[in-house]
Design a protein around this ligand. Structure first.
Ligand code: NAD
Length: 474
């Protein structure tokens, strides 16, 4: 007889493993199934985020930032070094060690919480029967009162630039180059393209990013995108907009790219090509006939506002459902669903999910952009404050960027906060809390912010909404 669980979670990424831990904390007999095989050939928990996404990319962003500062950034501080060099193998090795530490950490957390980890690829059948095929092809079957699908997402492949793992790579491949490519092509100026493009640019690669859309960072606030474009250009990232890739031919001397833009047909030679044109829900092979779970037109699992699939006891969270493909959004959905299953309240407010891009300067936002608010017809006011007038930022020699707050003209309620500058990945939390508490710009303006800190930019931007910023002309 197949073993029965209160909860089976399919997928051990940040949505799934968090759901499993929370379900176990709430006293439910829980198993979490995942097919991911790590670099050492062994099953690894943590999904894309821990193995080939958020965590390893941050490790390389940090290494490359240290190197870049040593070469270009420390002179202003009076610090110089003779012929600095980078050992890519050591850098990548450090990244792998960090990944192992964190994926191993989940194994330990599962043990501590009595979550059973099952390695293999899961398929959901009718009546919450889950069949699992392990790496050796062995099949087993489990049943559950509740199933939480947290299958994540996979990179979208372009038909004329298929991943070969050597020349044309996805995010995972671009984390594992064994030397700095001389010429790196990137398709897509989105989050991955900008972050990994920055890593290799800082280490000396000539990086050209081809973006199909005519606008740069169309999802961000236009003022933020403008500053980011200016700073990335200064760093030598060659971002070409309105560029539609038509071919990527791998030859002996590199890859010949063909693309069309406003000026016509263009070509470009690169040594490596990173394709980062978005991700799609990893739902192929996930659902057997009779599971009853529906997919939408983009292949995502259909769910309601409570992440319920409409099939009794079957839920879905994270990248494989609607909403932004962000680890923290998935984790919160995982917790909410575990709590709903346990008969508690659980809810995720998708309107206050923060976005962060870990470039330099960093980019972060929450809520609506000015263009979206304008489009909605709501009367609004804005307040901006530049990091160039913030003592801490000047002391750090990181003055590019600003904080911009958009508030309802009538009620003063904060509708969106948009940041570009040093450590805004950390500063954005204050904006999220304010918006979750339905706070106003005046609330932020009346809160004491420590001096000298970067957070004073948030304070001053809030004051600027009412045209009473202290350290700039209003
Ligand atoms: P993305 O959606 O952020 O960006 C993809 C970009 O590729 C877009 O600008 C799009 O216009 C462009 N594009 C699409 N097709 C193209 C084509 N044929 N030619 C040229 N350009 C094309 O996707 P991504 O960067 O691949 O990241 C995937 C997902 O992972 C995203 O949802 C992202 O949120 C998530 N992610 C988040 C973080 C973070 O939170 N810091 C980091 C990495 C990835």
């Amino acid at each position: 007889m197949s073993e029965n669980y209160d909860v089976i979670v399919i997928g051990a990424g940040p949505a799934g493993y968090v759901a499993a831990i929370r379900a176990a904390q709430l006293g439910m007999k829980t198993a979490c199934i995942d097919a991911f095989i790590g670099k050492d050939g062994k099953p690894a928990l943590g999904g894309t985020c821990l193995n080939v996404g958020c965590i390893p990319s941050k490790a390389l962003l940090d290494s490359s930032r240290q190197f870049h500062n040593l070469v270009h950034g420390f002179e202003a501080h009076g610090i110089s070094a003779k012929s600095p060099s980078i050992d890519v193998a050591t850098m990548v090795g450090r990244k792998d060690k960090i990944v192992k530490q964190f994926t191993g950490g989940i194994t330990a957390l599962f043990k501590a919480n009595k979550v059973t980890a099952i390695a293999g690829f899961a398929t959901l059948k009718a009546n919450r029967v889950v069949s699992v095929k392990d790496a050796d092809g062995k099949q087993s079957e489990y049943t559950a009162t509740n199933v939480i699908i947290a299958a994540g997402s996979v990179p979208i492949e372009l038909p004329f630039a298929k991943f070969d793992g050597k020349h044309i790579v996805d995010n995972a491949g671009a984390l594992d180059f064994n030397e700095v490519p001389k010429r790196l092509g990137v398709i897509g100026a989105g989050v991955i393209g900008l972050e990994l493009g920055s890593v290799w640019r800082r280490l000396g690669a000539e990086v050209t990013i081809l973006e199909a859309l005519p606008d740069f960072l169309a999802a961000a606030d236009a003022d933020v995108a403008k500053v980011a474009a200016r700073e990335f250009k200064k760093q030598g990232l060659d971002i070409r907009l309105g560029a539609k890739l038509t071919k990527a031919d791998v030859g002996k001397k590199g890859i010949t790219l063909g693309y069309s833009d406003a000026k016509g047909e263009q070509s470009l030679e690169v040594d490596k090509l990173l394709v980062a044109v978005g991700r799609r829900a990893a739902t192929v092979g996930l659902l057997a006939e009779g599971s009853g779970v529906k997919l939408d037109d983009r292949g995502r699992v259909e769910v309601d506002q409570h992440n319920w699939t409409g099939v009794e006891g079957v839920w879905a969270v994270g990248d494989c459902v609607r909403g932004p493909m962000l680890a923290h959004k998935g984790s919160e959905e995982g917790i909410a669903v575990a709590e709903l299953i346990a008969g508690k309240a659980g809810h995720v407010n998708l309107d206050t999910v923060p976005w962060v891009i870990y470039t330099e300067p960093e980019i972060a936002w929450v809520g609506q952009t000015e263009a979206q608010i304008k489009g909605s017809g709501v009367a609004y006011k804005t307040g901006s404050f530049p990091f160039a007038a913030i003592g801490r930022a000047v002391a750090m020699n990181e003055t590019a960027g600003h904080v911009k707050i958009i508030a309802d003209a009538e009620t003063d309620r904060v509708l969106g906060v948009h940041m570009v500058g040093p450590l805004v990945s950390e500063l954005i939390s204050e904006a999220v809390v304010t918006m979750e508490f339905k706070g106003s710009a005046e609330d932020l303006a009346r809160i004491v912010h420590a001096h000298p800190t970067l957070s004073e930019a948030v304070h001053e931007a809030a004051l600027a909404v009412d045209k009473r910023a202290i350290h700039k002309a209003n």
